[in-house]
Design a protein around this ligand. Structure first.
Ligand code: AMP
Ligand code: MG
Length: 318
């Protein structure tokens, strides 16, 4: 696909931010860099544009969106009944890859939450995202800027590759530093519950919130947590060690199939940072199978294991 030359703009330029603000106010969707992945953004108070996000992504409407805000002071505009432990977590980890689920205020429209009385909120830790948010008197909803169920984008080109002209412009903020989505904690009851592992580890959050976090019991409070997600076209096969990967590489290549190994030797930051780009490159090169060496549990390892497991969920054995 030929990218329009004016579609990807340098997000560090004031003129690009001004244009993005103008587009958003006219209900157009824009690509937004964050430290996790690139988002497909619309103004939180523009339901018509929010509906477009679901259409463009082909995302079911019962997968509610994360609301991004510019600073902690804005939290009370969008949420109510905020527990003290949630305040502590947000004050410590924001801006950053922590999303909290709170009771919504009347300012949050049904289109964002799929009619739920709760809302997911975070402050992204990215210069361009913050500069855009600070130019608005509004929040931004921004799910990952890819078609539903597919690999998330971690650079501006990925967004255009996936969405073409359906995104009016993409603010280029470079490659996403973290590379996997935010950690989501449900803070609507006395005991916080983790809904998705992500850029911040549970133990860090427990320490700061001074409270133990419960594991999700898989009930409907975690809408959009599917078994299969983040899936490239190629097969992703999970292996536990480089040795096992080498063994499978020999077996699969003996069948004349293109196969490669993804392993970052437990450099978890690099693994997360590269994960989605590597899966995309494998598709571009028509790789049949990526042998992904699973990192250890804990910290970013949990998030990487979650994304890989979901990417591999529909594998057929060979
Ligand atoms: P993403 O798909 O990365 O945009 O993350 C959005 C995810 O956050 C959704 O799929 C839900 O799992 C979760 N989420 C968003 N809003 C809510 C909410 N109000 N209650 C529970 N989970 C939510
Ligand atoms: Mg997504």
């Amino acid at each position: 696909m030929q990218n329009r030359v004016d579609q990807i703009l340098d997000g560090n330029l004031y003129a690009s931010i001004e244009l993005a603000v103008d587009y958003l106010r006219n209900d157009l969707l824009i690509g937004l860099p964050t430290e996790t992945v690139y988002g497909l953004a619309a103004l939180a108070s523009h339901p018509k544009a929010i509906v477009k996000i679901f259409q463009v992504k082909a995302r079911p409407t019962n997968h509610p969106l994360i609301l991004h805000i510019a600073d902690y002071q804005q939290l009370e505009k969008w949420a109510k009944n905020i527990p003290l432990y949630a305040e502590n977590m947000c004050k410590h980890f924001w801006p950053g890859p922590l999303t909290v689920i709170l009771m919504r205020s009347k300012n949050v429209c049904d289109e964002i939450t799929g009619g739920r009385e709760t809302v997911a909120i975070r402050i992204p830790n990215h210069k361009v995202a913050l500069s855009l948010l600070n130019s608005l008197n509004d929040g931004l909803v921004a799910p990952s800027a890819n078609r539903f169920g597919k690999v998330s984008p971690t650079c501006a080109k990925h967004v255009v590759d996936d969405l073409g002209d359906e995104v009016s412009l993409v603010l280029d903020g470079g490659a996403c530093e973290i590379g996997v989505e935010s950690t989501i904690i449900d803070c609507t009851s006395n005991r916080p519950q983790i809904l998705r592992s992500g850029g911040i580890s549970i133990s860090e959050i427990e320490e700061i919130g001074k409270i133990e976090i419960a594991y999700s019991d898989g009930d409907s409070r975690a809408p959009g947590m599917l078994e299969k997600h983040y899936a490239p076209n190629c097969r992703v096969e999970l292996v536990d060690s480089l040795q096992q990967a080498m063994h499978r590489l020999n077996e699969i290549s003996a069948q004349g199939l293109a196969v490669e190994i993804m392993d970052f030797q437990d450099d978890l930051k690099l693994y997360a940072h590269q994960l989605y780009a590597r899966l995309r490159q494998a598709d571009e090169r028509s790789i049949h199978t990526v042998l992904a060496v699973m990192p250890g549990r804990g910290g970013l390892g949990d998030a990487i294991r979650d994304r890989l497991t979901k990417a591999a969920a529909s594998n057929q054995p060979i």
